[in-house]
Design a protein around this ligand. Structure first.
Ligand SMILES: NC(=O)c1ccc[n+]([C@@H]2O[C@H](COP(=O)([O-])OP(=O)(O)OC[C@H]3O[C@@H](n4cnc5c(N)ncnc54)[C@H](O)[C@@H]3O)[C@@H](O)[C@H]2O)c1
Length: 464
């Protein structure tokens, strides 16, 4: 006799995603089979873009789509790079945003072409032949269509986080990058942080021994911005909380931890399980906002306040990834890393070494400062003045743009490829599936199609 646990109740959204009829229950076997088919490797359209090398571009011609909270920072950093890059075009659906951007650019003597006023103005911009790279900082649902269109017009693309929110969208980016043989990078700025590169350097120098587990998070109280009518374009962020549960923003915490663990370079994410707490933060807060706010007094938020996911890697490591953007608590990405010889935890940054105090105490101030001195990544020393002048989340934003443009100038593979972006970002749709199906394990797609086994280093870690 079959057990009740052999059957799963699906929401309409998940049933539609799995291509199954919306009926009361489905056999667990059927659901797992559909999941396997969906996460499996679709037909490949071109060779791998791992380690992709293109001819050097002396001066990278850059265009921007999306100049809201995030885009203008990237624009200012590109403008600060002198002859290494040139801004040739900018685009935003809202003319007031391109006008504001032009106020800054004109003051620097930069005169790009401007595209604004309609949702597909960017398509006209992409017709231009004076663009090498397009930087996209628009709402999440737009990333895939905009990036695919960009690559189809023969241009490299760098996309803000997360690169995509659906499983199909992630495959579409990988397949298009392979078909067009162009760079498609997710702009995970945290991978360029002083603390994160310091940890990477220690990992590469053997300080941590064998890595066993990590913890990553995006914990940031965004209630104010999410309910604000002007916080995000069309209040796009809070709409996702109505539409879906799961981890909506995994990559800031997870990207660096994935790099410490060589994901896509000898290890890979194998499967994950995900679970959300009840939802209470947004619905309670919704009672306090102005009555003409579309989200006033709502109780239909699907997204639980705290989503926790556990990832298991092929080499047996585990990673906890959390997402909480509603609880009144200080910002944290946790940034924890455990190895057989050391342990680090962020917020605030603390290090413990087996060789000091037997690993039972955090390093004292002097010992910690000594480790920072010994293992700080040299790029933070080399770019000290530029970082101080340009900043951006403490400097990581500037370092990211510098590396992106510098690699294109020198014809080097980018530090992060389309497979990295897809691996880290696909946690969103996978966590959604796992959460909705009662925390079932969900396999990660292998975007690299078995090439993850190849040991290769990150450009930024080479020749230290
Ligand atoms: N890496 C980071 O630290 C960081 C920080 C903030 C935001 N982000 C990411 O950056 C992206 C943008 O976020 P944001 O906070 O700037 O949002 P935002 O709403 O402030 O900006 C989005 C911009 O896109 C424009 N836009 C919308 N549709 C468009 C279209 N069809 N054509 C052209 N422009 C269009 C909007 O007018 C707006 O100016 C998101 O992916 C977000 O997750 C990353």
């Amino acid at each position: 006799m079959q057990d009740r646990r052999d059957f799963i109740k699906l929401s309409a959204a998940v049933a539609a995603f799995l291509g199954l009829p919306v009926s009361k229950t489905h056999a667990r076997e059927t659901v797992e089979e559909r999941l396997h088919t969906l996460t499996n490797q679709p037909y490949r359209r071109g060779p791998s873009v791992m380690g992709l090398k293109k001819a050097p571009i002396d001066q990278v011609r850059v265009a921007f789509i999306g100049l809201g909270n995030r885009g203008p920072g990237h624009m200012r950093h590109v403008a600060a790079l002198g002859d290494k890059a040139k801004i040739t075009a900018i685009c935003d659906i809202r003319e007031e945003r391109t006008t504001k951007a032009m106020d800054f650019l004109s003051s620097k003597g930069i005169k790009p072409a401007v595209y604004a006023g309609k949702a597909d103005a960017y398509k006209e911009m992409l017709q231009r032949d004076d663009i090498d790279l397009v930087i996209i900082a628009t709402p999440w649902d737009d990333h895939v269509p905009m990036a695919v269109e960009t690559m189809r017009h023969g241009k490299h693309v760098a996309i803000e986080v997360p690169v995509a929110v659906t499983l199909e969208g992630h495959w579409e980016l990988v397949n298009t990058a392979e078909e067009t043989q162009l760079n498609c990078m997710m702009m995970e700025n945290v991978c360029y942080g002083d603390e994160e590169l310091w940890i990477m350097n220690m990992v590469h120098s053997g300080v941590f021994g064998t890595l066993t587990y990590g913890e990553a998070a995006y914990i940031h109280d965004l209630k104010g911005s999410m309910f604000s009518k002007t916080g995000y374009y069309d209040m796009f962020r809070i709409r996702h909380h109505v539409r879906q549960d799961g981890n909506l923003y995994p990559t800031h915490g997870l990207g660096p931890v994935a790099q410490y663990m060589d994901i896509g370079r000898g290890d890979r994410f194998d499967h994950m399980v995900s679970m959300s707490s009840l939802e209470a933060g947004l619905s309670e807060h919704s009672k306090t906002v102005e009555q003409d706010n579309e989200f006033y007094n709502r109780s239909d938020f699907m997204h639980g306040d705290m989503n926790s996911s556990l990832i298991k890697t092929a080499q047996g490591r585990t990673i906890l990834v959390q997402h909480d953007v509603v609880t009144p608590r200080p910002y944290s990405r946790i940034n924890a890393l455990a190895g057989t010889k050391a342990y680090h935890e962020g917020y605030p940054s603390r290090l413990s070494l087996a060789s000091k105090h037997g690993g039972h105490q955090w390093l004292n101030e002097e010992e910690y400062a000594d480790m920072r001195r010994r293992y700080t990544h040299p790029i933070w020393e080399d770019l000290k003045e530029e970082i101080a002048a340009n900043g951006g989340h403490g400097g990581m934003d500037f370092v990211q743009i510098y590396r992106l443009i510098d690699c294109l100038n020198r014809g080097l593979p980018l530090d992060m490829d389309v497979y990295d972006g897809a691996d880290w970002s696909v946690v969103t749709p996978l966590s959604k599936i796992s959460t909705e199906l009662g925390s079932v394990p969900v396999k990660f797609p292998d975007f690299t199609r078995d090439s993850w086994k190849e040991k290769r280093s990150y450009g930024i870690m080479a020749n230290l």
